[in-house]
Design a binder for this molecule. Sequence first.
Ligand code: COA
Length: 423
Amino acid sequence: MEALKGIRILDMTHVQAGPTCSQLLAWMGADVIKFENPAGDATRGQLRDVPKADSLYFTMLNCNKRSITVNMKTAEGKQVFVDLVKTCDIIMENFGPGVLDRFGFSWEKIRSINPKIVMGSIKGFGSSGPYADFKAYENVAQAMGGAMSTTGVPDGPPFVTGAQIGDSGTGLHLGIGLLAALRQAERTGKGQYVEVAMMDGVMNLCRVKFRDHQRLARGELSEYSVPTYQGMGEVPRAGNDSGGGQLGNAIHCKPHGANDWLYIVVQEAVWSALAKRIGPELGMPELAADPHFATIGERRKNQQLMWTLINKFAEQHTKREMMGILNPLDVPCGPIMSTEDLANDAHVRGRDMWVELDHPERGTWYNVGMPIKLSDSPAVIKRSPLLGEHTDEILKQVLGYDDAKVSTLRQAGAFSVPPKRAA
Ligand SMILES: CC(C)(COP(=O)(O)OP(=O)(O)OC[C@H]1O[C@@H](n2cnc3c(N)ncnc32)[C@H](O)[C@@H]1OP(=O)(O)O)[C@@H](O)C(=O)NCCC(=O)NCCS
């Protein structure tokens, strides 16, 4: 039995941040009705790889949903919206600031239509504060939430990270908020407004950097491989440093291609075994007893030398060989996996994290699978809907409209893009 069976979601989200959340909820069994502008979620046509087919940008974020197109700029479309609000447990959106208000549907209005409904809203910067009126995309959130200033190397520019922490990260935060509010609504009969700002979500994911920010007031950050000092003020970019209590870094391995790297954490407990294994090959059979590295404090102080030695050892071994050497010694490590590596990885396939799907317009394609594994409710992943594919089905099955009503609404333009006026 699917965990969220019986929960219906009116999903007005678009692009990435909101759809990430509603796709996960759909994979947990919620009936997600993707309520689309008749022109469609803009991502359907963005970064297209197959002419006229929905893009992977869209298909990978909108599986297991039903699509209805409704023109919210018509009175008839608004009536369909109101009827759907009455039948749903959750409504969610990530429009730019003020869009829903301009439709005439503030949170106060929506809760007056259905007092039990939970409303989820993603904005770049939330609904209050000096930045509230601004739009945001992924990298804007990474820039403003602290991620970019702390990613890269001190002398280089700030970098974004490939993990979509601003969009998908915010979607995850929203999912947690929605499920908590849903639980409360079940107890009290009263819904509530759940807001997640992308900037706040990124700050949450940068929590350890704010730990270091405060530590700088008291002294240097001895685990950092780059210079720090008391009173420095801002946390510096620190390359591939571990960011935790243990020393870590990326090591370049044979044959030294773009992704021939291995991330290794030199945990306190493993140094001795590691030094005994690599020392002889480096011509340093006494490395484990070398006072430069005898304690974690010494290793922090001399970490550049330690990384140089480990890199030297890795010159003779591929990243997979390094894994084979280090895992038996209990040294936490992982090869840098490229997208190609992952798409062909037996572990990934075995965990249903690279899922083959079919699509009427694009044929075979792959989606990243469901990362949350529920023992009694495994996700069954189904393709994304075509634009408006389920409009009639939803109007009839969910709202109980008859053919005549659907036809009248259609003629009034409730489900279509208004014709362009002649100039
Ligand atoms: C992502 C973002 C920058 C995109 O901006 P945008 O393309 O201008 O889209 P907006 O959400 O601001 O506006 C959507 C427009 O579509 C219209 N629209 C949406 N659904 C509609 C419907 N069913 N019927 C008619 N019109 C519709 C809206 O009325 C609005 O037009 P308006 O400005 O004339 O009112 C913006 O939505 C945003 O800041 N969202 C919040 C933060 C966020 O989620 N960002 C990450 C996205 S991955």
